[in-house]
Write a protein that binds this ligand. Structure first.
Ligand code: NAP
Length: 292
Protein backbone atom coordinates (compact mmCIF):
# COMPACT_ATOMS: atom_id res chain seq x y z
CA UNK A 1 0.00 0.00 0.00
CA UNK A 2 1.36 3.40 -1.02
CA UNK A 3 0.12 6.62 0.57
CA UNK A 4 -0.52 9.39 -1.94
CA UNK A 5 1.08 12.14 0.12
CA UNK A 6 -0.71 15.36 -0.80
CA UNK A 7 1.09 17.41 1.81
CA UNK A 8 4.52 16.58 0.43
CA UNK A 9 3.41 16.81 -3.22
CA UNK A 10 1.74 20.20 -2.65
CA UNK A 11 4.88 21.43 -0.95
CA UNK A 12 6.98 20.28 -3.96
CA UNK A 13 4.60 22.09 -6.35
CA UNK A 14 4.78 25.29 -4.29
CA UNK A 15 8.58 25.14 -4.40
CA UNK A 16 8.46 24.70 -8.18
CA UNK A 17 6.11 27.69 -8.46
CA UNK A 18 8.32 29.83 -6.21
CA UNK A 19 11.31 29.09 -8.48
CA UNK A 20 9.27 30.07 -11.56
CA UNK A 21 8.18 33.32 -9.89
CA UNK A 22 11.79 34.16 -9.01
CA UNK A 23 12.78 33.49 -12.65
CA UNK A 24 9.95 35.71 -13.90
CA UNK A 25 11.08 38.55 -11.63
CA UNK A 26 14.72 38.10 -12.71
CA UNK A 27 13.62 38.62 -16.31
CA UNK A 28 11.83 41.85 -15.36
CA UNK A 29 8.37 40.30 -15.17
CA UNK A 30 5.79 41.10 -12.49
CA UNK A 31 4.57 39.02 -9.57
CA UNK A 32 1.49 36.88 -10.33
CA UNK A 33 -1.46 38.46 -8.52
CA UNK A 34 -4.46 36.60 -7.07
CA UNK A 35 -7.52 38.46 -5.77
CA UNK A 36 -9.99 36.78 -3.43
CA UNK A 37 -13.43 38.03 -2.42
CA UNK A 38 -14.82 36.91 0.93
CA UNK A 39 -18.44 37.65 1.86
CA UNK A 40 -19.41 37.39 5.54
CA UNK A 41 -17.40 35.80 8.33
CA UNK A 42 -18.17 32.06 8.11
CA UNK A 43 -15.40 30.27 10.05
CA UNK A 44 -14.56 27.65 7.41
CA UNK A 45 -14.52 30.23 4.59
CA UNK A 46 -12.24 32.51 6.65
CA UNK A 47 -9.86 29.58 7.21
CA UNK A 48 -9.79 28.63 3.51
CA UNK A 49 -9.24 32.19 2.29
CA UNK A 50 -6.52 32.86 4.86
CA UNK A 51 -4.75 29.65 3.78
CA UNK A 52 -4.92 30.79 0.13
CA UNK A 53 -3.52 34.25 0.92
CA UNK A 54 -0.74 32.70 3.05
CA UNK A 55 0.16 30.31 0.21
CA UNK A 56 0.36 33.27 -2.22
CA UNK A 57 2.85 35.04 0.03
CA UNK A 58 4.90 31.85 0.40
CA UNK A 59 5.45 31.43 -3.36
CA UNK A 60 6.08 35.14 -3.99
CA UNK A 61 2.68 36.14 -5.43
CA UNK A 62 0.88 39.33 -4.71
CA UNK A 63 -2.57 38.83 -3.19
CA UNK A 64 -5.54 41.07 -2.56
CA UNK A 65 -8.36 40.16 -0.19
CA UNK A 66 -11.62 42.05 -0.65
CA UNK A 67 -14.09 41.61 2.21
CA UNK A 68 -17.80 42.33 2.26
CA UNK A 69 -20.37 42.05 5.05
CA UNK A 70 -22.85 39.22 4.63
CA UNK A 71 -25.59 41.76 3.80
CA UNK A 72 -23.76 43.07 0.70
CA UNK A 73 -26.12 43.34 -2.26
CA UNK A 74 -25.66 41.17 -5.33
CA UNK A 75 -25.16 44.25 -7.50
CA UNK A 76 -22.39 45.60 -5.24
CA UNK A 77 -20.61 42.27 -5.42
CA UNK A 78 -20.98 42.10 -9.21
CA UNK A 79 -19.63 45.67 -9.50
CA UNK A 80 -16.49 44.67 -7.55
CA UNK A 81 -15.99 41.64 -9.80
CA UNK A 82 -16.32 43.89 -12.85
CA UNK A 83 -13.70 46.24 -11.39
CA UNK A 84 -11.26 43.37 -10.86
CA UNK A 85 -12.02 41.97 -14.33
CA UNK A 86 -10.83 45.28 -15.78
CA UNK A 87 -7.76 45.58 -13.53
CA UNK A 88 -4.88 44.40 -15.71
CA UNK A 89 -2.56 43.99 -12.71
CA UNK A 90 -4.71 41.14 -11.34
CA UNK A 91 -4.27 37.72 -12.97
CA UNK A 92 -6.76 35.57 -11.09
CA UNK A 93 -9.99 36.13 -9.15
CA UNK A 94 -11.79 33.77 -6.82
CA UNK A 95 -14.98 34.31 -4.86
CA UNK A 96 -15.07 32.09 -1.77
CA UNK A 97 -18.21 29.92 -1.74
CA UNK A 98 -20.77 29.46 -0.28
CA UNK A 99 -22.37 32.91 -0.61
CA UNK A 100 -25.32 34.20 1.45
CA UNK A 101 -28.70 32.96 0.17
CA UNK A 102 -29.77 36.31 -1.34
CA UNK A 103 -26.85 36.14 -3.82
CA UNK A 104 -27.08 33.98 -6.93
CA UNK A 105 -23.84 31.93 -6.96
CA UNK A 106 -24.11 31.07 -10.64
CA UNK A 107 -24.53 34.75 -11.58
CA UNK A 108 -21.39 35.54 -9.58
CA UNK A 109 -19.47 32.63 -11.14
CA UNK A 110 -20.45 33.78 -14.63
CA UNK A 111 -19.47 37.40 -13.88
CA UNK A 112 -15.78 36.50 -13.52
CA UNK A 113 -14.19 36.66 -16.97
CA UNK A 114 -13.00 33.17 -18.02
CA UNK A 115 -9.43 34.53 -18.44
CA UNK A 116 -9.25 35.24 -14.67
CA UNK A 117 -11.38 32.29 -13.50
CA UNK A 118 -8.53 30.43 -11.79
CA UNK A 119 -11.04 28.33 -9.80
CA UNK A 120 -12.15 26.91 -13.17
CA UNK A 121 -15.87 27.18 -12.29
CA UNK A 122 -17.05 29.40 -15.19
CA UNK A 123 -19.34 27.53 -17.63
CA UNK A 124 -16.99 28.48 -20.48
CA UNK A 125 -14.06 26.84 -18.70
CA UNK A 126 -16.12 23.77 -17.73
CA UNK A 127 -17.07 23.47 -21.43
CA UNK A 128 -13.44 23.76 -22.48
CA UNK A 129 -12.54 21.06 -19.94
CA UNK A 130 -15.22 18.74 -21.36
CA UNK A 131 -13.87 19.34 -24.88
CA UNK A 132 -10.28 18.66 -23.73
CA UNK A 133 -9.21 22.21 -24.66
CA UNK A 134 -6.64 24.17 -22.63
CA UNK A 135 -8.36 25.70 -19.60
CA UNK A 136 -8.15 26.26 -15.87
CA UNK A 137 -9.18 22.96 -14.31
CA UNK A 138 -11.15 23.20 -11.05
CA UNK A 139 -8.53 23.07 -8.30
CA UNK A 140 -9.56 19.94 -6.39
CA UNK A 141 -9.96 17.70 -9.48
CA UNK A 142 -6.72 19.16 -10.88
CA UNK A 143 -4.98 18.26 -7.62
CA UNK A 144 -6.25 14.67 -7.86
CA UNK A 145 -4.95 14.36 -11.45
CA UNK A 146 -1.59 15.75 -10.34
CA UNK A 147 -1.32 13.18 -7.51
CA UNK A 148 -2.22 10.30 -9.87
CA UNK A 149 0.36 11.53 -12.40
CA UNK A 150 3.22 12.16 -9.97
CA UNK A 151 2.75 8.75 -8.31
CA UNK A 152 2.45 7.13 -11.77
CA UNK A 153 -0.88 5.48 -10.97
CA UNK A 154 -1.99 3.65 -14.14
CA UNK A 155 -5.46 4.88 -15.15
CA UNK A 156 -5.81 3.84 -18.80
CA UNK A 157 -8.46 1.16 -19.30
CA UNK A 158 -9.33 1.09 -15.59
CA UNK A 159 -12.79 1.20 -14.05
CA UNK A 160 -13.18 4.47 -12.17
CA UNK A 161 -16.12 4.98 -9.82
CA UNK A 162 -16.86 8.49 -8.52
CA UNK A 163 -19.17 8.98 -5.51
CA UNK A 164 -20.79 12.44 -5.49
CA UNK A 165 -21.73 14.70 -8.41
CA UNK A 166 -21.00 18.23 -7.10
CA UNK A 167 -20.06 20.88 -9.66
CA UNK A 168 -16.70 21.43 -7.96
CA UNK A 169 -15.52 17.83 -7.46
CA UNK A 170 -17.55 14.79 -8.55
CA UNK A 171 -18.90 15.95 -11.92
CA UNK A 172 -15.65 17.44 -13.27
CA UNK A 173 -13.72 14.45 -11.90
CA UNK A 174 -15.93 12.05 -13.86
CA UNK A 175 -15.32 14.05 -17.06
CA UNK A 176 -11.55 14.27 -16.49
CA UNK A 177 -11.10 10.56 -15.78
CA UNK A 178 -12.96 9.69 -19.00
CA UNK A 179 -10.97 12.06 -21.25
CA UNK A 180 -8.46 10.75 -23.74
CA UNK A 181 -5.50 11.88 -21.61
CA UNK A 182 -3.05 10.65 -19.04
CA UNK A 183 -4.34 10.49 -16.33
CA UNK A 184 -7.66 9.53 -17.88
CA UNK A 185 -8.91 6.95 -20.38
CA UNK A 186 -10.95 5.29 -17.64
CA UNK A 187 -14.38 3.71 -17.94
CA UNK A 188 -16.22 5.97 -15.52
CA UNK A 189 -19.32 5.43 -13.39
CA UNK A 190 -20.66 8.54 -11.62
CA UNK A 191 -22.78 7.73 -8.57
CA UNK A 192 -24.94 9.92 -6.27
CA UNK A 193 -27.64 9.72 -3.61
CA UNK A 194 -30.17 8.09 -5.99
CA UNK A 195 -27.76 5.35 -7.09
CA UNK A 196 -29.05 1.86 -6.38
CA UNK A 197 -26.76 -0.96 -5.19
CA UNK A 198 -23.82 1.37 -4.62
CA UNK A 199 -21.73 -1.37 -3.01
CA UNK A 200 -21.99 -3.58 -6.11
CA UNK A 201 -20.71 -0.67 -8.19
CA UNK A 202 -17.88 0.41 -5.87
CA UNK A 203 -16.63 -3.20 -5.79
CA UNK A 204 -15.95 -2.94 -9.54
CA UNK A 205 -13.69 0.11 -9.03
CA UNK A 206 -9.99 -0.01 -9.83
CA UNK A 207 -9.97 3.67 -8.90
CA UNK A 208 -12.54 4.98 -6.39
CA UNK A 209 -12.93 8.75 -5.97
CA UNK A 210 -15.09 9.60 -2.97
CA UNK A 211 -16.63 13.08 -2.50
CA UNK A 212 -19.93 12.90 -0.65
CA UNK A 213 -19.19 14.50 2.73
CA UNK A 214 -20.15 11.58 5.00
CA UNK A 215 -17.43 10.56 7.46
CA UNK A 216 -16.03 7.03 6.97
CA UNK A 217 -18.85 6.11 4.56
CA UNK A 218 -16.72 3.76 2.42
CA UNK A 219 -15.85 0.59 4.31
CA UNK A 220 -13.64 -2.40 3.49
CA UNK A 221 -16.56 -4.55 2.28
CA UNK A 222 -17.28 -1.96 -0.45
CA UNK A 223 -13.93 -2.21 -2.25
CA UNK A 224 -11.85 -4.86 -3.99
CA UNK A 225 -8.22 -5.81 -3.46
CA UNK A 226 -5.73 -3.59 -5.31
CA UNK A 227 -8.00 -0.55 -5.48
CA UNK A 228 -6.72 3.05 -5.61
CA UNK A 229 -8.77 5.30 -3.33
CA UNK A 230 -8.94 9.09 -3.50
CA UNK A 231 -10.73 10.45 -0.43
CA UNK A 232 -11.93 14.03 -0.96
CA UNK A 233 -14.27 14.26 2.05
CA UNK A 234 -13.58 16.51 5.02
CA UNK A 235 -15.80 16.27 8.09
CA UNK A 236 -14.85 17.98 11.34
CA UNK A 237 -15.76 15.90 14.39
CA UNK A 238 -15.21 16.44 18.11
CA UNK A 239 -12.22 14.65 19.63
CA UNK A 240 -10.82 14.48 23.12
CA UNK A 241 -7.47 13.30 21.73
CA UNK A 242 -6.47 16.56 20.00
CA UNK A 243 -5.45 19.90 21.49
CA UNK A 244 -8.05 21.77 19.45
CA UNK A 245 -10.83 19.38 20.52
CA UNK A 246 -11.57 18.62 16.82
CA UNK A 247 -10.27 16.22 14.21
CA UNK A 248 -10.86 15.80 10.48
CA UNK A 249 -12.31 12.63 9.00
CA UNK A 250 -12.47 11.61 5.37
CA UNK A 251 -15.32 9.86 3.55
CA UNK A 252 -13.37 6.58 3.76
CA UNK A 253 -12.71 4.32 6.75
CA UNK A 254 -8.94 4.62 6.18
CA UNK A 255 -7.87 2.07 8.82
CA UNK A 256 -10.38 -0.50 7.61
CA UNK A 257 -9.66 -0.25 3.87
CA UNK A 258 -5.94 0.55 3.67
CA UNK A 259 -4.72 -3.06 3.61
CA UNK A 260 -6.81 -3.67 0.45
CA UNK A 261 -5.41 -0.63 -1.40
CA UNK A 262 -2.54 -0.25 -3.86
CA UNK A 263 -2.71 3.53 -3.35
CA UNK A 264 -4.75 5.68 -0.96
CA UNK A 265 -4.92 9.36 0.07
CA UNK A 266 -5.03 10.11 3.82
CA UNK A 267 -7.26 12.73 5.47
CA UNK A 268 -5.83 15.15 6.40
CA UNK A 269 -2.76 15.46 4.17
CA UNK A 270 -4.16 14.00 0.94
CA UNK A 271 -6.36 15.91 -1.50
CA UNK A 272 -6.82 18.99 0.72
CA UNK A 273 -3.32 20.51 0.41
CA UNK A 274 -3.32 19.84 -3.35
CA UNK A 275 -6.31 22.13 -3.90
CA UNK A 276 -4.45 25.32 -2.91
CA UNK A 277 -1.33 24.28 -4.83
CA UNK A 278 -3.40 23.94 -8.01
CA UNK A 279 -5.06 27.31 -7.48
CA UNK A 280 -1.57 28.84 -7.37
CA UNK A 281 -0.60 26.92 -10.50
CA UNK A 282 -3.66 28.26 -12.37
CA UNK A 283 -2.78 31.82 -11.27
CA UNK A 284 0.80 31.41 -12.49
CA UNK A 285 -0.49 30.15 -15.86
CA UNK A 286 -2.81 33.17 -16.08
CA UNK A 287 0.01 35.60 -15.27
CA UNK A 288 2.01 34.14 -18.14
CA UNK A 289 -1.08 34.43 -20.41
CA UNK A 290 -0.53 30.85 -21.43
CA UNK A 291 -4.16 29.91 -22.04
CA UNK A 292 -6.07 32.79 -23.59
P1 NAP B 1 -21.62 18.13 -2.07
O1 NAP B 1 -22.05 19.35 -2.83
O2 NAP B 1 -21.63 18.18 -0.59
O3 NAP B 1 -22.54 16.94 -2.60
C1 NAP B 1 -22.46 15.64 -2.08
C2 NAP B 1 -22.66 14.65 -3.18
O4 NAP B 1 -22.67 13.35 -2.60
C3 NAP B 1 -24.00 14.82 -3.93
O5 NAP B 1 -23.81 14.63 -5.31
C4 NAP B 1 -24.88 13.72 -3.34
O6 NAP B 1 -25.84 13.20 -4.25
C5 NAP B 1 -23.83 12.65 -3.04
N1 NAP B 1 -24.29 11.76 -1.99
C6 NAP B 1 -24.81 12.08 -0.77
N2 NAP B 1 -25.13 10.97 -0.10
C7 NAP B 1 -24.81 9.92 -0.88
C8 NAP B 1 -24.92 8.52 -0.73
N3 NAP B 1 -25.42 7.96 0.38
N4 NAP B 1 -24.49 7.73 -1.74
C9 NAP B 1 -23.98 8.26 -2.86
N5 NAP B 1 -23.85 9.61 -3.07
C10 NAP B 1 -24.28 10.41 -2.07
O7 NAP B 1 -20.18 17.64 -2.57
P2 NAP B 1 -18.76 18.38 -2.50
O8 NAP B 1 -18.92 19.85 -2.43
O9 NAP B 1 -17.97 17.77 -3.60
O10 NAP B 1 -18.19 17.92 -1.08
C11 NAP B 1 -18.01 16.55 -0.74
C12 NAP B 1 -16.98 16.44 0.38
O11 NAP B 1 -15.72 16.85 -0.12
C13 NAP B 1 -17.25 17.33 1.59
O12 NAP B 1 -16.81 16.67 2.75
C14 NAP B 1 -16.37 18.55 1.33
O13 NAP B 1 -15.99 19.20 2.53
C15 NAP B 1 -15.17 17.89 0.68
N6 NAP B 1 -14.37 18.77 -0.18
C16 NAP B 1 -13.02 18.73 -0.01
C17 NAP B 1 -12.20 19.49 -0.82
C18 NAP B 1 -10.72 19.41 -0.64
O14 NAP B 1 -10.01 20.29 -1.06
N7 NAP B 1 -10.22 18.33 -0.03
C19 NAP B 1 -12.75 20.30 -1.82
C20 NAP B 1 -14.13 20.29 -2.00
C21 NAP B 1 -14.94 19.51 -1.17
P3 NAP B 1 -27.04 14.11 -4.84
O15 NAP B 1 -26.42 14.92 -5.92
O16 NAP B 1 -28.01 13.11 -5.34
O17 NAP B 1 -27.55 14.93 -3.70
Amino acid sequence: MIILDGKKTASDIKEEIAIEVANLLDKGGKKPHLAAILVGSDGASETYVKAKVKACVKVGFESTLVRFDSNVSESELLAEIEKINRNSSIDGLIVQLPLPKHIDEMKVTEAIIPEKDVDGFHPANIGRMALNLPTYLPATPAGILELLERYEVETSGKNCVVIGRSHIVGSPMSILMARNNNPGNCTVTLTHSRTKNLKEITKTADILIVALGKAEFVTADMVKEGVTIIDVGITRVKSDKTKSGWKLLGDVDFKGVKSKCDFITPVPGGVGPMTIAMLLKNTLISSKSQLY
